[in-house]
Design a protein around this ligand. Structure first.
Ligand code: UDP
Length: 243
């Protein structure tokens, strides 16, 4: 079962991985487009100042709790969500595609990264029906959209970073049919072994962000003003609503 709530007026769906996969299956089988956002504090904070992005977030079909930041915001509200990591969801979608012979597309990351990610998935699922695989450094959006329309993948992972990937998916929603589209951030770097995943114990503790920040210190600037401000805003929001 899937329930909805909001964090700073942005929709967040509360569901487990099995429900997500059931919804994906139903969307594909009924030839509907379906957008999934793996929502995080940076996106929610961006939506506070960017109206178009706010609309994109609130018109997505499913916004799942990826990182610990949104989980904390929900816990402040008294909700204990299931965290579904973008990489885990992507892996589950690929497995679903392999079982059902769904057409798969990858868009994003550097050329050698995306090709290696594809190769690694093909090594695991040799029957995987890849119909599209392109790096994320293209110049002409329309050309890519045209190619995607021709191939019409049923599962499309888009890793262009946020908000670029959500904005691109927004355009695609009008062009494709029966496609599940997910913004996957830097997941292709993980699938290609270009980036190492945080050890399981850190993932369990919700400290993946710490591991990634230590590995890529430039991320510090990105995360640090945003995360504390996000949590403070969430607390103020709740006090205001209760007061
Ligand atoms: N990227 C891309 N095209 C661009 C900018 C970024 O394909 O124009 C890719 C980049 O190579 C990386 C991903 O988008 O694979 C962004 O990763 P990031 O770690 O920023 O995303 P996060 O996982 O933090 O959402």
């Amino acid at each position: 079962m899937s329930m909805k709530t909001t964090v700073l007026n942005c929709k967040v769906d509360l569901c487990d991985k099995k429900t997500v996969l059931d919804l994906v299956f139903c969307a594909i089988e009924s030839s509907k487009n379906f957008q999934i956002i793996t929502i995080n504090p940076e996106m929610i904070m961006n939506a506070q100042k960017n109206k178009d992005f706010f609309k994109i977030i609130n018109s997505s079909d499913l916004n799942i709790t990826d990182g610990v930041g949104v989980e904390l915001a929900l816990r402040i509200k008294g909700i204990k969500p299931e965290r579904i990591r973008g990489v885990d969801l992507s892996r589950a979608l690929i497995e679903l595609a392999s079982k059902n012979n769904y057409k798969v597309g990858f868009l994003g990351a550097k050329e050698e990264v995306i090709q290696k990610a594809k190769e690694n998935f093909l090594a695991k699922y040799p029957n995987l029906n890849f119909v599209f695989c392109k790096n994320g450094y293209f110049k002409n959006d329309n050309e890519v959209i045209r190619e995607l329309k021709t191939q019409n993948p049923q599962i499309l992972l888009v890793g262009l970073g946020s908000p670029k990937q959500e904005e691109f998916i927004q355009k695609l929603k009008k062009e494709l049919s029966g496609t599940v589209m997910v913004g996957v951030g830097g997941s292709f770097d993980v699938f290609s072994n270009n980036t190492k995943e945080a050890p399981a114990v850190l993932r369990k503790l919700g400290l993946e962000w710490l591991y990634r920040t230590l590995k890529q210190p430039e991320r510090f600037k990105r995360i640090f003003p945003v995360l504390p401000i996000f949590l403070i805003k969430c607390i103020i929001n709740i006090i205001k609503k209760k007061g």
